[in-house]
Design a protein around this ligand. Structure first.
Ligand SMILES: [Ca+2]
Ligand SMILES: [Ca+2]
Length: 178
């Protein structure tokens, strides 16, 4: 956050200085991610930058691996994001794997939160009868393919799954000198 504020400060000063020299500077915040930027190993899927792992890991290690590449385990907090990820998994990844996401109820049983934002899991796509905290030991959420569709399920965090990392959408600023 401090880096971000410093960045904005420096940017503001730069614009101020440049604007002093030229009165025809246009600054525009881009909502979109320019397609020509390279964020490997992340790829653009809908509105998000995502990494779908080839390797498997328990939920904790998966979260660490995501952090090591400047990401987090993914949050899927609205229907549009869920539809986009389901469509990608269905069309682009032919073998039906299980994928860790960031939702968990590690801190408070039954109260799921997204690990990367700390916000309650208000949107979910849990399978019927899930989450069930099976064996009183299921605190991490994964995606699974069952009965011809992907759905969410709580699972023992120590099990190994593939995982989906999300990189924060970069703030992109376009400065045009006319
Ligand atoms: Ca639980
Ligand atoms: Ca379960």
């Amino acid at each position: 956050m401090v880096k971000f504020l410093l960045y904005i400060c420096l940017l503001t000063i730069s614009i101020f200085v440049v604007s002093g020299l030229r009165s025809d500077i246009v600054v525009k915040l881009l909502d979109d991610i320019p397609s020509d930027l390279n964020y490997e190993p992340f790829k653009r899927v809908g509105e998000k930058l995502l990494y779908f792992s080839d390797e498997t890991a328990n939920w904790f290690k998966a979260n660490n691996i995501c952090r090591s590449i400047k990401g987090f385990l993914v949050s899927i907090d609205n229907e549009n994001a869920w539809d986009t990820i389901k469509e990608y998994l269905t069309n682009e990844i032919t073998d039906k794997r299980r994928w860790w996401i960031s939702a968990n109820d590690l801190d408070s049983e039954g109260n799921f939160v997204w690990a990367n934002t700390g916000t309650p899991m208000e949107y979910n796509a849990f399978a019927k009868s899930q989450p069930d905290d099976y064996g009183t030991n299921e605190d991490c959420v994964h995606l699974r393919f069952k009965e011809a569709k992907y759905e969410m399920n709580d699972m023992d965090c120590r099990r190994e799954n593939h995982f989906i990392c999300e990189r924060e959408t970069p703030l992109t600023i376009l400065i045009n000198a006319l």
